[in-house]
Design a protein around this ligand. Structure first.
Ligand SMILES: CC(=O)N[C@H](C=O)[C@@H](O)[C@H](O)[C@H](O)COP(=O)(O)O
Length: 228
């Protein structure tokens, strides 16, 4: 099967995740859209973002593709947990929808397979947020358009530490097992060198969030170093 051109366009590219967490000062669609545009000007090939209002605002502000997701809650499956959430992301303007691809129970009782099948029929491009190689295998089997290492560091909704880099072992294993599937390296990519290493390890694209778009974390990293 030939690859969708939008997915193909992301090969070797940097995707920036632009998200603010509940209660944070930057959490308004207007600010997230401005930040996304700023990242686009810096060369982001796509923006990954959260929530229907942010997706719509960002889609209206940038030319590059938007990977949308909807975080609902912060325990269990919270990244676009149901078909309803996924369809809403599409309606808000997402070009690709990111979905939790773990096998944990979903709030609507549907399996991942039953969540994904209608989306595939509707022609929606989907990205699998994976925690383990089993998740990658499941996602590849279900026909996800991209798989990502998003959840490999656990599923804490907010993760501000600078310790640990990206999960290159999981990335490498996924790339080796599924040479035909675009594998995205996402989660704890904190430096340009780490992004480079991910591409060198076979990543189709790299997603960087915190290290570009989360000033509270960035500030705390600098502060911690001064207090060490
Ligand atoms: C685990 C989870 O919910 N990850 C979220 C997924 O959208 C975001 O909070 C992350 O910022 C994103 O994955 C990028 O990762 P990092 O911020 O480490 O560059």
């Amino acid at each position: 099967m030939s690859m969708n051109p939008l997915i193909a366009s992301l090969e070797g590219k940097l995707i920036v995740s632009v998200q603010a967490y509940p209660g944070e000062p930057l959490r308004t669609p207007e600010i997230m859209a401005a930040m996304s545009r700023a990242c686009e000007l810096g060369g982001a090939a796509a923006i990954r973002c959260q929530g229907l209002a942010d997706i719509a605002a960002i889609k209206g502000r940038v030319e590059v593709p938007v990977i949308g997701l909807w975080k609902d809650g912060h325990e269990g499956v919270y990244i676009t947990p149901t078909l309803r959430h996924a369809r809403a992301c599409v309606n808000a303007g997402a070009d690709i929808v990111a979905i939790d691809a773990t096998d944990r129970p979903r709030p609507d009782g549907r399996s991942l397979e039953d969540t994904v099948a209608p989306l595939k029929e509707e022609g929606v491009l989907i990205m699998a947020d994976c925690a383990t190689i089993e998740d990658v295998r499941r996602a590849a089997d279900l026909g996800f358009d991209m798989v990502s290492t998003t959840l490999s560091h656990g599923t804490a909704a907010i993760d501000c530490g600078m310790a640990d880099g990206p999960d290159l072992p999981l990335l490498r294993q996924a790339v080796e097992e599924f040479p035909g599937v675009p594998v995205v390296c996402e989660g704890r990519v904190h430096t340009p060198a780490e992004a480079r290493a991910a591409i060198d390890a076979g990543a189709w694209a790299v997603v960087v969030g915190t290290a570009i778009t989360h000033p509270t974390s960035l500030t705390s990293w600098f502060k911690a170093e001064l207090e060490r």
